[in-house]
Design a protein around this ligand. Structure first.
Ligand code: CTP
Ligand code: MG
Length: 379
């Protein structure tokens, strides 16, 4: 059986992108860019071992790799070539037959790119995905360059492990290669190209990161969640509805501020991410939620949504009661929800209805609310 290892080089600083943290640790649809890359590179089931080459070991990368099997972290160097070599040397105890080396900054590598490289390695020692140049090429003086013999080279690049390690050992100190296929070529290895993929671009400049965000969002799906809640009427002088206090001749009975509308909304949002219901997270038996502001529950659901890369699209809440009359407060309720949820007011609907004096709401024994939340989530 051919043993296949892969090295994902992620020890760069991402200077051209110019963010405060290296680009491979930027969030893209709820996950770090490097997590997308690791998942994409593991889409084939053909890889036996993965090495992630990083500048330093920290909790972020340890947490990520704890989710995968047969994966290790290795410390890289101050050039890409040194990082590749560190990865190669870390495999020397139990050398694989072939090794793929991939930029962490290319999260959109496809399964077929990986499969192609591996199958090309049956008859070749060094393979890189290449794309033809489609635009006309000119020198700064306007002289035409024949583009037929030019290619744009991508990663992953695949090699016979022994040969590429030897090639790195042969590499002269004063050469800074762009990539691993260059090292192979310099060492006299025959190289071959497989078909590149325009989507497998390297996140290099801020515009690439914007493109990556757009590409990820093509995989989004829409989820709707609904929530329903009821609170009994009690003596008092105000009720809270959608985070707005309303003076009246009664109050709502509840452990928290009993804001039945915010509870329904919280459940609706939890529903979009299948995270149980409000009672699972804020049990009424827990004294810490006594008189709590229900805004807190809603903010919790929103932060869980955000953690999963979700983006709130729309909220619709219906309050069911005879009294108080909701219409005079509708605008301030929408304003309040807009502020809590950081969502434009046009995406927030607050409605009310009576039940024609029928049932518990009709007899003014309680107030009910139902809500629908619509969100976008990454696959
Ligand atoms: N890389 C590495 N070690 C280095 C330099 C780069 O492992 N010393 C990795 C990067 O993390 C990246 C890949 O090599 O995944 C391709 O390099 P590049 O796009 O140049 O990334 P950076 O060097 O991080 O970016 P910049 O050149 O803009 O600083
Ligand atoms: Mg670089």
């Amino acid at each position: 059986m051919t043993r296949i290892a892969q090295i994902i080089v992620a020890a760069g600083k991402g200077a051209r992108l110019g963010s405060t943290i290296p680009k491979q640790y930027l969030k893209l649809a709820g996950k770090l860019l490097i997590e997308h890359t690791i998942s994409a590179m593991n889409s084939t089931d053909l890889i036996d071992e993965t090495i992630i080459v990083v500048a330093k070991k920290d909790k972020i990368i340890s947490d990520i790799i704890s989710r995968y099997k047969n994966i290790r972290i290795v410390i890289g160097g101050d050039t890409r070539a040194k990082s590749s070599l560190a990865g190669l040397l870390s495999l020397s105890n139990k050398p694989p037959d072939i090794v793929l080396i991939h930029d962490a900054a290319r999260p959109f590598v496809s399964k077929s790119t990986v499969v192609d490289i591996i199958s090309n390695l049956k008859e070749n020692t060094a393979v890189a995905p290449a794309l033809p140049v489609v635009n006309a090429l000119k020198t700064i003086d306007g002289i035409k360059i024949d583009r037929k013999s030019l290619f744009r080279i991508q990663t992953p690049q695949g090699f016979n492990y022994k040969e590429i390690t030897q090639a790195y050992n042969n590499l002269s100190q004063n050469i800074t290669p762009d990539d691993d296929i260059e090292v192979a070529k310099l060492s006299g290895i025959n190289i071959c190209y497989s078909e590149g993929d325009p989507n497998n671009f390297k996140v290099t400049y801020p515009k690439d990161f914007e493109r990556a965000k757009k590409m990820i969002s093509l995989n989004n799906y829409i989820a709707t969640g609904n929530g329903f809640d009821v609170h009994r009427l009690a003596t008092g002088d105000k009720v809270w509805l959608c985070g707005v206090p309303i003076k009246c001749e009664f109050s709502l009975l509840g452990h928290s501020d009993a804001d039945v509308a915010l509870h329904a909304l919280t459940d609706a949002i939890l529903g979009t991410i299948a995270l149980g219901d409000i009672g699972d997270h804020f049990p009424p038996t827990d004294p810490q939620w006594m008189n709590a502001k229900s805004e807190k529950f809603l903010l919790f659901a929103l932060s869980e949504l955000k953690k999963r890369g979700g983006v709130l699209q729309h909220l619709d809440v219906t309050i069911i009661c005879e009294n108080p009359k909701i219409k005079p407060y509708r605008q301030s309720m929408r304003d309040k929800l807009s502020q809590i949820c950081n969502l434009p007011i046009k995406k927030i609907s607050v409605k009310a209805t009576t039940t024609e004096k029928l049932g518990f709401t009709g007899r003014s024994e309680g107030i009910a609310a139902q809500a629908t939340a619509t969100v976008k989530l990454p696959e």
